[in-house]
Design a protein around this ligand. Structure first.
Ligand code: URA
Length: 208
């Protein structure tokens, strides 16, 4: 069982966070949402305009595509947990700075520690770089590493990391969209082939 109280405290801290400049321009922080015993934890880069308005991750155009992809592998948004590396919108949807990422990262670490996902799917090269770094794995490029299945340990928790493209990049690029669809097929096959791998066991199972 996850510690729901600890999760709620974390969300509250994110809602009140003023640790970086982004709090001055955000409308709403976007902590993340979904199952707290998820089949997959999806990690994007940072909230965009619609997410900033609503306080929910991936609810704009890219979110529609993500939702479609999740449903295409027989899951719903309620079966997964969706969050971002950075919890507040960078103005004008610019990339978050290294400092913003570094300042926000403890929140993501704590989310991973509390939720203990078995399978993390990163969306886009920025999230892939940050998560592969956290796991002590080498990130070369999203072109080379999308759709690969990486066994890793983050804060003593064993996880599988599958990087894929960002749905926003695929919106107007049919060949990227096809690769994203193919990567989701890989994710589906992985889940079907290794159902016990994605079921959370007692905490001891995850400590190396
Ligand atoms: N892009 C992201 O990386 N995250 C969101 O929540 C929305 C768009």
């Amino acid at each position: 069982m996850i510690d729901k109280k600890e999760y709620d405290i974390l969300v509250q801290e994110i809602m009140e966070c003023t640790k970086c400049e982004l709090h001055k321009t955000r409308r709403n922080p976007v902590p993340g949402e979904g199952s707290l015993d998820p089949k997959i934890m999806f990690i994007g880069e940072a909230p965009g305009g619609r997410e900033d308005e609503t306080g929910r991750p991936f609810v704009g155009a890219a979110g529609k595509l993500l939702t479609m992809l999740i449903e295409s592998i027989g899951l719903s948004r309620e079966d997964v947990y969706i969050t971002n590396v950075v919890k507040c919108r960078p103005p004008g949807n610019r990339d978050p700075s290294q400092m913003e990422i570094y300042t926000c990262l403890p929140y993501l670490r704590r989310q991973i520690n509390i939720i203990r996902p078995r399978l993390i799917v990163t969306l886009g090269r920025h999230a892939a770089r940050v998560i592969m770094d956290l796991a002590g794995l080498k990130f070369t490029s999203i072109t080379k590493q999308h759709g690969t299945v990486n066994v890793a340990t983050i804060s003593g928790i064993k996880v599988i990391i599958i990087p894929t493209y960002h749905p926003a990049a695929a919106l107007y690029n049919p060949s990227l969209k096809q690769m994203l669809i193919d990567d989701f097929e890989t994710i589906k096959k992985y889940i079907e082939a290794r159902p016990s791998d994605i079921k959370r066991g007692p905490l001891d199972d995850f400590i190396k």
